[in-house]
Design a protein around this ligand. Structure first.
Ligand code: FAD
Ligand code: SF4
Length: 671
């Protein structure tokens, strides 16, 4: 079935093992003591998992181009020598690895930042210094030198990062290039910078070295390149000596989500498809490709010669191997949540993965077969219980997993019904396959009691019983119009046309999203998604934007919170803006500084900044936090039974699946 993924692609001077590229990710390992050793193991594990070609996280060609002060750069032999450990490790496993050269330009988080012109980006606090002609020439030379150093370090090639709104992009479009010299003005002048870089790199590294150019095929910003301009640049980049063209979608400052979980799978492959036939070198499609069937469709429909995936290799280092062996069902899929990868990078924390806490921690967290097999009971099959059962059984323990519901997944079963979060079902699919493979005894529809567990004489009992929605205490909280989030998302109780949501954390936002949609989720159709967010697939003008045309909400919705300030300020760094924008498009009313007074037949009586207001709503839905469920703990401990608490059962405050799964994995690695 996956033979297209496996067919070798002859590049004339090297043969790639297959048609899957592991795309660039800034893991933050490069910046911590001992991080390059950890990075070496991270990449080696992916090469062992049969990834043919890997691209590293971005490395700056000079001091001005770093992501932030102290971030990775390659400017001399000494810096190159530190990378040898990475290239050796990958080569030992039979893989190939390219180093990405990234000059951030005006996106740099440093006071040395430079750009084509002094135009500050809307997402960074610093204004760039415009580059002089000498700066430009020196920077081109720095790229060539950096590529040379990468070769010295043992890399098989480089990827020149020309997209996502970084320095090269800043030269290409008028939005950021206001120069009047030979590096600005006409399009020909503006694209001289990337062309010269690729030419100079090729001259320096010789023939047998891969140069991938990441081409911004769809800027998604006003004043971005037109399609004709993108094609012109692609042809010039080919002439300049690139080996492969990779696709870049959207600048970082674009107001259209390009990789979040709400983006349809393979949702931007149509862009690469437009470019097919325009150049003679291979093209790579990117963005939201996470399972073999998605990759396979893209290749079979002629959208690209190769596919690139980045985050899916955090979620599962054996992705390619499992695809080759027809074990797609065993792939731990990336659910595109960004919670443990990009959100970590943007908060300067080591990257990992919500569904695979081993990612970037390969030297620290390992699941070694046990020599002391135990009988283990796991209570609750939410994310914590599923992960605990999987790891324990994989290590050789005998596991009974008890779940009160008729299916595994816990609260993730509520997450997956939110429009745009359908992907979360993949996590349950993965665990179902793993629990079966490792012969976990799964007892569904079984609310286990302490007596039963004691009678079972288990060596270890893991309580992963999760949480229950927190009750509220205002007058009328027991009125029939008041529902909690589980009654809506799990029991699917009917909700009226006018709704107030109490609480604007992650679940409050998800609830608003759920109630603001009707019919098929736009995340399931590339066209519907393009209309919802304003992507012009006919590419009429530069940047390919058009007015967003979202389906109107079928309900009037109020999202309420007690504190003042922006709604959803604790949502993920890289996704909070998307959720806010989405609810704004649905005209959800966001009210802060709200005091909840009472609910009666007239509606919801509240004070907003001290002013009384009556919301004439049909339902009030409570999304005001959770309480841990650990009622079994006391009875078990009284019977001298050893108990471990993980996930929501341990602590409901600030709970998310990242913490729940991580706690399970670390506990079970040691059991
Ligand atoms: P739970 O998921 O609550 O699972 C506990 C399980 O134990 C339940 O299935 C319950 O039936 C079972 N159980 C309880 N008592 C017994 C018993 N005595 N016997 C047998 N079984 C028992 N988190 C994120 O990280 N990212 C998100 O995007 C996200 N989105 C969410 C969206 C929604 C709408 C909701 C409701 C939650 C979301 N979460 C998200 C939160 C995440 O789902 C929870 O943090 C996570 O599920 C907690 O895992 P857990 O295993 O500790 O508990
Ligand atoms: Fe994918 Fe989420 Fe893991 Fe990041 S944290 S790799 S987005 S599943």
């Amino acid at each position: 079935m996956y033979n297209k993924l496996l067919s070798p692609l002859d590049l004339g001077f090297t043969t790639l093992k297959n048609r899957v590229l592991m795309g660039s990710m800034h893991t933050m390992l490069e910046e911590i003591p001992g991080g390059l050793e950890r990075a070496a193991e991270f990449y080696a594990e992916r090469a062992r998992g049969q990834v043919g070609l890997i691209v590293t996280g971005g490395v700056a060609p000079n001091e001005e181009g770093v992501v932030f002060m102290g971030a990775g750069k390659m400017t001399n032999e000494e810096e190159a020598s530190h990378h040898k450990i990475i290239t050796d490790a990958v080569h030992r496993e039979g893989g190939k690895i390219c180093m990405q050269i990234l000059h951030t330009g005006r996106y740099a988080y440093s006071d040395k930042l430079v750009s084509a012109s002094a135009v500050q980006s809307p997402i960074t606090p610093f204004k760039p210094r415009p580059m002089t002609i000498e700066d430009i020439e020196r920077t081109i030379e720095d790229y060539a030198h950096c590529a040379d150093m990468a070769k010295l370090a043992g890399y098989d090639g480089v990827e020149v990062m020309g997209s996502e709104g970084y320095l090269i992009n800043q030269f290409i479009v008028k939005r950021t290039n206001h120069r009047e010299d030979e590096w600005g003005g006409s399009y020909e002048n503006r694209i001289k910078f990337p062309i010269e870089i690729v030419k100079r790199v090729r001259e320096r590294v010789g023939e047998n070295f891969i140069i991938i150019y990441r081409l911004s095929m769809l800027d998604l910003v006003e004043g971005g390149s037109t399609w004709e301009e993108v094609v012109q640049l692609a042809k010039e980049i080919e002439k300049a000596g690139a080996t492969i063209i990779n696709t870049g979608i959207g600048w970082h400052e674009a107001r259209v989500p390009t990789i979040g979980t709400m983006v349809p799978k393979g949702g931007f492959a149509w862009v690469t498809k437009r470019m097919m036939g325009e150049v003679n070198i291979p093209l790579i499609a990117t963005n939201r490709i996470n399972m073999p069937d998605v990759a396979e469709n893209i290749l079979q429909e002629g959208c690209a010669d190769m596919v690139s995936m980045a985050r899916p290799f955090l979620a599962d280092g054996e992705w390619v191997l499992k695809a080759i062996e027809n074990r797609a069902n065993e792939i731990n899929a990336c659910i595109a949540c960004n919670q443990a990868c990009l959100d970590h990078t943007f908060t300067m924390t080591t990257c990992s993965c919500i569904v695979n806490p081993r990612a970037c921690h390969e030297t620290q967290l390992n699941y070694i077969p046990t020599e002391n097999k135990k009988r283990v009971a796991v209570v609750g099959a939410g994310p914590a219980g599923m992960a605990a059962s999987h790891i324990a059984a994989m290590r050789g323990h005998h596991v009974d997993l008890f779940e009160a519901d008729n299916k595994i997944g816990g609260q993730f079963n509520m997450a997956k019904v939110i429009p745009g979060k359908e992907e979360y079902q993949q996590t349950m699919r993965f665990y179902e396959a793993q629990l079966e493979k490792h012969e976990v005894n799964v007892h569904l529809n079984h609310r286990v009691s302490a007596e039963e567990l004691i009678a079972g004489k288990y060596d270890e009992i893991i309580l992963a019983t999760g949480v229950t929605p927190r009750k509220v205490s205002f007058e009328g909280a027991d009125h029939p119009m008041v529902l909690d989030y589980a009654e809506v998302l799990h029991q699917f109780k009917e909700v009226g046309k006018r709704v107030a949501i109490v609480g604007s954390g992650g679940i409050g936002f998800d609830m608003a999203e759920f109630l603001a949609h009707q019919g098929e989720s736009p995340s399931l159709s590339v066209e519907a998604y393009a209309n919802e967010w304003g992507i012009d697939q006919s590419y009429q003008q530069g940047g390919a934007l058009k007015p967003a045309d979202p389906e109107p909400s079928p309900r009037e919705i109020y999202l309420l919170k007690r504190s003042k300030g922006k709604h959803g300020k604790n949502l993920g760094k890289t996704t909070g803006w998307i959720h806010r924008a989405s609810l704004k498009m649905k005209e959800v009313n966001m009210l802060g500084l709200v005091e909840y007074v009472k609910v009666d037949d007239a509606g919801f009586h509240i004070n907003v900044a001290g002013e009384p207001q009556l919301l004439e709503v049909d339902n009030v839905i409570i999304c005001a936090g959770q309480e841990p469920l650990f009622e079994l703990k006391e009875a078990l401990e009284n019977a001298n039974q050893k108990v471990h608490l993980i996930g929501g059962a341990k602590n409901a405050k600030g709970l998310d699946a990242k913490r729940a799964i991580k706690e399970a994995c670390y506990l079970m690695a040691e059991l």
